[in-house]
Design a protein around this ligand. Structure first.
Ligand code: IPM
Ligand code: MG
Length: 354
């Protein structure tokens, strides 16, 4: 079972080490043999081979069962043209592997309630929302360009979706909702955007096959507000690429720290890509300060979705909870009275608890 690790930039390598440590422990606990490959992507790839997404990386990923990705990007590469920036490598690998559905669970660990920006009474007994973000379409991949017209400059990024692109991600979201609370919210901007009107009509049509799941539609501006007003109304959310990018950061912060949130990117093929939703945090890179929990839980998602090892995934969640219960915290979730530890130590403690 081949797993490709793509450490990337900034804190990427440090958190990838912790992710790998956890997979090692699970491998020996369950006598499963994981084989590892490492691949370049993002800024390091630009520095080493001149492009953000080397063909060799695509080939390695294609030959694997699952990919773990740390983080990409950094100020060093900010001035490069769009198609040569580290982020282009990330978008490119998602596209190359056909990973059209990005699952971003927003799960609040009860131990971290105080770290959330929401009041206790809004949080209630916790938070558990699954955001399904379309990942290979929309304005991220639509026609884009820049030109000068009559001495003025203009630029565009076209928001474009086909019905089949909408349908496949919607089906996946309905399937997930079926296994959860049975409620799906589709988020769009159908009062203004034609692409959203298509989105809405496709979602309606797909819903006929999922009568057991309740469906509602919500405009994205309202959704941004509802997420902080009453997050409990959401179970599964499905939305386009750009809205999903924005709303998942918002929802993520409700759980206390982006440092806690994993993601899984899936498609119709057999390969899954797992990455923390936070960025490369260049300001704290190499300082042993980053929170590895998002990466570690991304491994739990890998075990669940790519290797059908649900019990092992539960071991990881349990170990994370246990370590939090003992009061250990990285700087981003530190509170008075708790014990502040670094990246490496957090990884070790969770590994031991497994
Ligand atoms: C994310 C990130 C990426 C995105 C960036 C780094 C290109 O923000 O995964 O949410 O916009 O998809
Ligand atoms: Mg984002």
């Amino acid at each position: 079972m081949m797993v490709v690790f793509i450490p990337g930039d900034g804190i990427g390598p440090e958190i990838t080490n912790q992710a790998r440590k956890i997979l090692d422990v699970i491998g020996s606990k369950y006598s499963r043999k994981f084989q590892y490959e490492y691949a370049l992507l993002g800024g390091v790839a630009i520095d080493e081979v001149g492009v953000p997404l080397p063909q060799e990386t695509i080939d390695k990923c294609m030959a694997s069962k699952a990919v773990f990705l740390g983080a990409v990007g950094g100020h060093k590469w900010d001035d490069l043209p769009g198609h040569l920036r580290p982020e282009a490598g990330l978008l490119g690998i998602r596209k190359a592997l056909g990973l059209y559905a990005n699952l971003r669970p927003t799960l609040l660990f009860p131990q971290l309630k105080a770290a959330s920006t929401l009041k206790e009474e809004v949080l209630g007994d916790g938070l558990d929302i699954m955001i399904v973000r379309e990942l290979t379409g929309g304005m991220y991949f639509g026609d884009k360009g820049r030109e000068e017209v009559d001495g003025d400059e203009r630029a565009w990024d076209v928001e474009v979706y086909t019905a089949s692109e909408i349908e496949r991600v919607t089906r996946l979201a309905f399937e997930l909702a079926r296994d959860r609370e049975g409620h799906l919210t589709s988020i769009d901007k159908a009062n203004v955007l034609e692409s959203s009107r298509l989105w809405r009509s496709v979602v309606e049509k797909v819903s006929e096959d999922y009568k057991d799941v309740t469906l509602n539609h919500m405009y994205v501006d309202n959704a941004a507000m509802q997420l902080v007003r009453n997050p409990h109304q959401f179970d599964v959310i499905v939305t386009n690429n750009i809205f999903g990018d924005i709303l998942s950061d918002e929802a993520g912060m409700l759980t206390g720290s982006l440092g806690m949130l994993p993601s899984a990117s899936l498609g119709d093929g057999n390969i899954g890509l797992y990455e923390p939703i936070h960025g490369s945090a260049p300001d704290i890179a190499g300082k042993d300060m980053a929170n590895p929990i998002a990466s570690i839980i991304s491994i739990a998602m890998m075990l669940e979705y790519s290797f059908n090892m649900k019990e092992a995934a539960q071991d990881i969640y349990g170990a994370v909870k246990g370590v939090l219960d003992k009061g250990y915290r990285t700087a981003d979730i530190m509170e008075p009275g708790m014990i502040e530890i670094g990246t490496e130590k957090m990884g070790d403690l969770i590994a031991q608890a497994i």
